[in-house]
Design a protein around this ligand. Sequence first.
Ligand code: CTP
Length: 399
Amino acid sequence: MNYFENKKILLIICGGISAYKSLELIRLFKKNGARVKTILTKNAKEFVTPLSVSSLSQEKVYDDIFGAENEAEMDHISLSRWADAVLVAPITANTISKVASGNAEDLASTVLLASNKQIFLAPAMNVRMWEHPSTKENILKLKSFGYKIIGPEIGDMACGEYGEGKMTEPNEIVNTLKNYFSNLDKNKKLKALVTAGPTNEYIDPVRFITNKSSGKQGYEIAKCLRDNGFDTTLISGKTSIKPLDGVNFVSVETAEEMFKESLNNLPTDVAIFSAAVSDFKVKNYKSTKIKKNEEFNLELEKNIDILNHISNHNSLRPKITIGFAAETNNLSTNAKEKLNEKNCDWVIANDVSDQTIGFGSDFNKISIFYKDKPEENFEKMSKSLVAEEIVKRIIQQIN
Ligand code: CTP
């Protein structure tokens, strides 16, 4: 079967003894129907020749030596736009460090910086280099940018040492990309809805009640769903985050607007309610500005519970309905209660009393409570990695 029919892969080869395996990678991609364009770094050419690479790929090979000519034919932007996915195999500790710090000193690092496609990295290096805290930190950073890391594996190394650092075998790397594309194709048929951010409940035309939600976690989830092929709609309260490219963006302010827009976007296959919806709205809203010499007693009434309404709306209930629980105490008991009361498939709980995670922070520490299996507790990680863990599980459950 031609797993990569009509797919375009940009393969960047860095210097390293495992660069010879990249030739096998090209062969496998081509055999399965892909087009492969290649960039060789200066050091890669010490290990593989442009001629062997172009003979296998049957495409021009790009490098830095003939930079001007390369740029005239296809510049770094066009190269990254041309590809459906970018793979760097092998990637060295040096290039990892360059990419993690946003360096753009050669064609390879410039293309990576300019890319708007999924980037896969298959590291290969000596075990000590791989285990060095700076490499570990760089890898963590790259993961939080959304790069997918393949391997490395444990084994005997070319340098004579043994340990983790061997490049993953070409057929395994090819399998990872195959799964990526096949998920993308499957997920393209699926719709996802995400609510995010705070709601504003107006007291008068210039004052409102709101909360500390930054919307970051919801936006990361929407981004990750989009990157995995879902037709994604993000219904967001006012935040300081830019709308996401490739996501249907609906801006709202009040809980009522969020509710209306959520209903407008049903049916959907997955719904993730990460918004911090105000539980109350103002009962005695005043349509003119309240002056300080006026007597005014704020009266509140319950807002509609969007999640509760949709999860109990049988005909339009999304196949996977996920709620969030932001708690300051009794996390597990409260999350389980919400799971039942709000008829969710999962509730994702986090402790918002911890200032280093949750509201406003780039980090989160979550537990997922499931309707039909024991809960999962996660370590503290960036909100983009949290989003990846969540979306990975959504894909597993929905397919
Ligand atoms: N939610 C909603 N509409 C509301 C209130 C909450 O859709 N009017 C959703 C949130 O997006 C979240 C979940 O319900 O997914 C939990 O919300 P939360 O405010 O933490 O819980 P409450 O039900 O309001 O309970 P409590 O205030 O007692 O914590």
